[in-house]
Design a protein around this ligand. Structure first.
Ligand code: NDP
Length: 387
């Protein structure tokens, strides 16, 4: 029986993963090793009971008593804290879903790779923060990383059986988010509720706001570069409001392979779950005649500076990805908490990167990455407080 763990089980990707695990037999189809969550203790406990997990871990120490109560008599071990989440990744599992949000997903993912199994990677921040380290860890332990981000799963599928040397371009699509057609002046007044209201995807709060600012696509540009190892000049972004085409790969003979599917993350998660085979996944089937037309447009870099910043980060490499992601997380925290105007997020990231200019180009130990992450968080916080 295949063993699995889900890191970030209570989130949007975690729920979709749980749904597919349940549809494929649940506790009778898989041996569940670890499930982790954050504040949603009741849901974590429900999932752990249903899948008969070995251990359930919350990221927050103060939630441990509640988790212990909720799982009393179930036989499921409980633990709390970031170190306990990383320790849970030391328990071998054949297939591990990495779906914690933010840089907090990096260490559990790295630890899980050491078992040489499969890491289904939704946590794009790991690749942005420490791409070379993550890929090298996978290589040295003989582990497989399968991309779960819809665009990267699409590219991965389009590349199956192809020679990466013949790839001329990789085009990832962006819905454009809720502010696609807003003026710069209107974007300056955007509220949290407006930023979270994604037009085509249902996702966690943080990635939804990142989609509105195009920081999500910026992270994905870097993710593409790190995962597929292609020259950044070959990676393009095109705005595609219908979110039907997820990515396209152009080859040296002029042909382009496009991947189409509904805006439902269970396709990409299911692909990673069944890989290298294909298995049935209960997503809506596309009715192209009803959809009628698919449209594409160039992204507006002036309105959304995140893509330009990502290109600068890809050129600089080294620890710049860690600094970029950390500064973005701090800016996002402040936008969510209130008091920070929407466009200030990009300004804070840009200012953090410019003040950190000169951080190592090549250093890539985990300690180097964590130090750069912490330094960028401190600097970005100071810049927010400068007003
Ligand atoms: P959610 O916010 O919905 O869920 C995040 C999960 O991580 C929850 O289980 C949450 O626990 C847990 N968590 C939150 N903070 C911490 C922390 N500091 N330490 C440990 N666990 C924590 O996020 P999504 O599911 O939307 O996204 C997860 C990842 O997948 C992100 O990296 C995102 O970019 C990526 N992704 C998401 C897509 C989507 O459609 N949602 C699409 C493609 C990629 P709790 O909720 O209990 O507090």
């Amino acid at each position: 029986m295949r063993s699995i763990s889900i890191f970030g089980a209570t989130g949007s990707i975690g729920e979709s993963t749980f749904d597919l695990i349940r549809r494929n037999g649940g506790a009778d189809g898989f041996r569940t090793v670890a499930l982790t969550g954050g504040r949603n203790i009741q849901r974590l406990a429900e999932m752990a009971r249903e899948l008969r997990a070995e251990i359930a871990v919350t990221a927050y120490d103060d939630r441990l008593p509640a988790l212990r109560d909720a799982l009393a008599g179930s036989g499921v071990e409980v633990a709390a804290g970031n170190a306990a989440i990383a320790d849970a990744a030391d328990r071998p599992a054949d297939w591990v879903m990495s779906a914690i949000v933010g840089a907090a997903g990096l260490v559990p993912g790295l630890r899980a790779l050491r078992h040489g199994g499969t890491l289904a990677l939704a946590n794009k921040e790991s690749l942005v923060t420490a791409g070379p380290l993550l890929m090298e860890t996978a290589r040295s332990y003989g582990a497989t990383i399968l991309p779960v981000d819809s665009e990267h799963s699409a590219v991965f599928q389009a590349l199956t059986g192809e020679d990466i040397a013949c790839v001329e371009r990789i085009i990832i699509t962006a819905s454009g988010g809720p502010f696609r057609d807003w003026s710069v002046e209107r974007i300056a007044t955007a509220t949290l509720a407006e930023a979270v209201a994604h037009p085509s995807w249902s996702m966690g709060q943080r990635i939804s706001i990142d989609s509105a600012s195009m920081f999500n696509k910026a992270l994905e540009l870097i993710e593409t570069r790190e995962f597929f190892g292609v020259d950044p000049a070959k990676i393009e972004v095109v705005v595609h409001p219908q979110s039907i085409v997820h990515a396209l790969v152009g080859f040296c003979d002029g042909g382009i392979m496009a991947h189409l599917g509904p805006a439902d993350m269970r396709h990409a998660i299911g692909y990673a779950l069944h890989w290298p085979d294909r298995g049935a996944v209960p997503v809506e089937r596309l009715d192209l005649a009803r959809i009628g037309s698919l449209s594409f447009q160039a992204p507006d870099d002036a309105k959304f500076p995140a893509l330009r910043l990502a290109r600068e980060v890809m050129a600089a490499r080294g620890l710049h990805g860690a600094a970029f992601n950390a500064a973005k997380e701090i800016a996002l925290d402040h936008f969510i908490a209130g008091g920070l105007a929407f466009p200030r997020m990009a300004a804070i990231v840009e200012e953090t990167l410019s003040r950190m200019n000169g951080i190592g180009r090549d250093a890539q130990s985990l300690d180097d990455v964590l130090l750069a992450d912490a330094a960028a968080r401190k600097l970005a916080t100071a810049i927010v407080n400068e007003g």
